[in-house]
Design a binder for this molecule. Sequence first.
Ligand code: GLN
Ligand code: ZN
Length: 761
Amino acid sequence: MASHIVGYPRMGPKRELKFALESFWDGKSSAEDLKKVAADLRASIWKQMADAGIKYIPSNTFSYYDQVLDATATLGAVPPRYGWTGGEIGFDTYFSMARGNATVPAMEMTKWFDTNYHFIVPELGPEVKFTYASHKAVEEYKEAKALGVETVPVLIGPVSYLLLSKPAKGVEKTFSLLSLLPKVLAVYKEVIADLKAAGATWIQFDEPTLVLDLDAHKLQAFTDAYAELAPVLSGLNVLIETYFADIPAETYKTLTSLNGVTAYGFDLVRGTQTIDLIKGGFPSGKYLFAGVVDGRNIWANDLAGSLSTLHALEGIVGKDKLVVSTSCSLLHTAVDLVNETKLDDEIKSWLAFAAQKVVEVNALAHALAGHKNEAFFSANAAAQASRKSSPRVTNEAVQKAAAALKGSDHRRATNVSARLDAQQKKLNLPILPTTTIGSFPQTPELRRVRREFKAGKISEEEYVTSIKEEIRKVVELQEELDIDVLVHGEPERNDMVEYFGEQLSGFAFTVNGWVQSYGSRCVKPPIIYGDVSRPKPMTVFWSSAAQSMTKRPMKGMLTGPVTILNWSFVRNDQPRSETTYQIALAIKDEVEDLEKAGINVIQIDEAALREGLPLRKSEQAHYLDWAVHAFRITNVGVQDTTQIHTHMCYSNFNDIIHSIIDMDADVITIENSRSDEKLLSVFREGVKYGAGIGPGVYDIHSPRIPPTEEIADRINKMLAVLEKNILWVNPDCGLKTRKYTEVKPALTNMVAAAKLIRNEL
Ligand code: GLN
Ligand code: ZN
């Protein structure tokens, strides 16, 4: 019985690749140094999988930046502005595309399906000439072979590559990306021939776009592509790998009739309906790569459950055609549990990171072959049982309270315009009120204070004094700038989710549980393992202190339940909605405590609401329904005079604007500065909008200082479609990553622009 891993994290157990990349980019180490770190990481990963007994070990899943960018390099599809003149693509061109250089900005980056990984979007126009310009796939295959490890080279499938691309500037509306298919396939043929010549016997094409809602034209592209490749693929075993959701029934038909394909990989963790499709018929003689070990989470597999799923599948596809696999690449989980020194043994027994998942896959394969490792299985069963019954997981009061929420609506009693009137009487704000999103620059000094307090090196008293001093500086600065609604600057927070997670019950934190977000950047999501509750107020102390320093309204600053959920590793033993409702109740208590403490404006950030949107259209309405409901629960208990703000990142709101309105916040600030037009078009199309709205007037992701006229111009454009009494003026997002030398002049210009227009109105 065989085992397979779809892909593996590249960053290394202690982020070795990150540090090697950043040191190379800073000119502190050579290209050779970087290559050496990368080769060592690859070797140790291959060896680890081989030692674990994995039969189909992937290669070419390593990347210096991103696997989609690697495919772009393989195809020689370098946008002309990077000045590449041919030959094998080296670090210079590669990293210029990824990160930009002194003269040319980077290529666009976007989210990889519904994960928190970001890929570099290929930009293709009718003029693009594809040439085989990076031999990385075959080089990695040979490298592994030289180490004695036979691997399955992994390529992004040609159709997914095109479907994930965007048309080059100037041809956005007219160009069909799929028309490039024949040209792209010509290079794929060369790559395949190369791999074959090097001795590869298997090849894996990742075609994750197959889980999306595809029309007949797109499905036809898959049929055409693999028919075209079939002659070159003959003699090879060909695996088409899909992941992240169920396969639509129509797609399943197309997929399982592709030419030249010998194996299909499915995500059976998220794809429970896919299992039914397989049971309804699977092409005889083909391999099924059954992704039963979750690549998106950190929980130990329920081995007994998986084994019974596998037994059922074995009856359909045959013993020798079933391969145990992961649900997707392990890129999206943490690397190795052995480096977790701070988690206690009980919680550790519930978890499996990438290295442990490899062992699980192998154990399942052995069990199917009749060599069940009884000790391993019973330890796993014991851990599953302890997770189910542990008092640390279950809090009955919380369960009851969350269950009681279902079916009810939770809306503030008064409508938003009446509320805004009541709030204005109390707040007395000028027209076009100015505010910021929450954080102010986090200086090295500030980070040091937090670190030393955590490590017990400074007393609580010293810590509180330093943080209060910082808040005072931020408050004074905002008064000096004449901003209308102030923030305390979030100096006590390292991260907007971690800060709350650390104070809520039901959360655990890792020391090395990093997951790649993009390039060398990683995130360390908290683990939500149990019912969530709030033992005591979390932000009231700091917000009250800040409010006492000024007569102007001070915004209370909270992270919303959906964002806390989307940026954590979440429980898989209850629906995501249930966990979110529990968090919502905890945040609700915090909102009410802030109100009692005299905070009249409270911002509840839902930065990540949009990014949790399910991939398949059929599931989106349900998600938006409970996500928006959870948000409303947090503030349903406040008085009309308390103004609730929310903030969202990312600018693609057009498709969810009605859900945003349904959140029923009094004011929403949104990231917008890179796409004014998109947002404006929503309102031009006549969407009725009555709440306060602050579309970001400048981009905080760049050090650039926006001139007053430019900001004024933006505000005027907004005024053309929105009522003047609902418009707010604010930056795009928090200022945490900027320097004071950038923030001061930028905010000065922002306030000046608001005043300029107020005078004209
Ligand atoms: N209040 C947070 C901040 O300003 C919001 C950050 C975010 O939207 N990502 O930092
Ligand atoms: Zn934001």
